[in-house]
Design a protein around this ligand. Structure first.
Ligand code: SF4
Length: 92
């Protein structure tokens, strides 16, 4: 999967077996990142690096993160650190 805007920096993540995307859904939960709001501050990555990664000044979701068994509070806490409200966590 090619992700627009990564400029090839996704290669390292792919080597780790991690594809990145802006939407991830599993276990009745959906996490989305709005790149029109994200400014690349990296707070989300600091909060939960297993899920969030910053590449090319934008946050991405690691596809190898097991959202289905993740602690929802951990995901919501990390999402809540975003100063620009760029991360949405919702039931689906
Ligand atoms: S905390 Fe928000 S603005 Fe900062 S990198 Fe994450 S999504 Fe982007």
């Amino acid at each position: 999967m090619d992700v627009p805007g990564l400029d090839g920096n996704d290669a390292a993540l792919r080597d780790q077996g991690a594809l990145v995307k802006t939407e991830l859904a599993a276990g009745g939960l959906q996490v989305s990142i709005d790149h029109d709001r994200c400014s690349g501050t990296g707070y989300c990555q600091e909060g939960l690096p297993a899920l969030f990664t910053v590449q090319d000044r934008r946050a991405w979701l690691r596809e190898d993160f097991d959202l289905a068994t993740a602690d929802r509070e951990d995901v919501e806490d990390a999402a809540g650190t975003c100063p620009w409200f760029a991360i949405t966590v919702e039931e689906r």
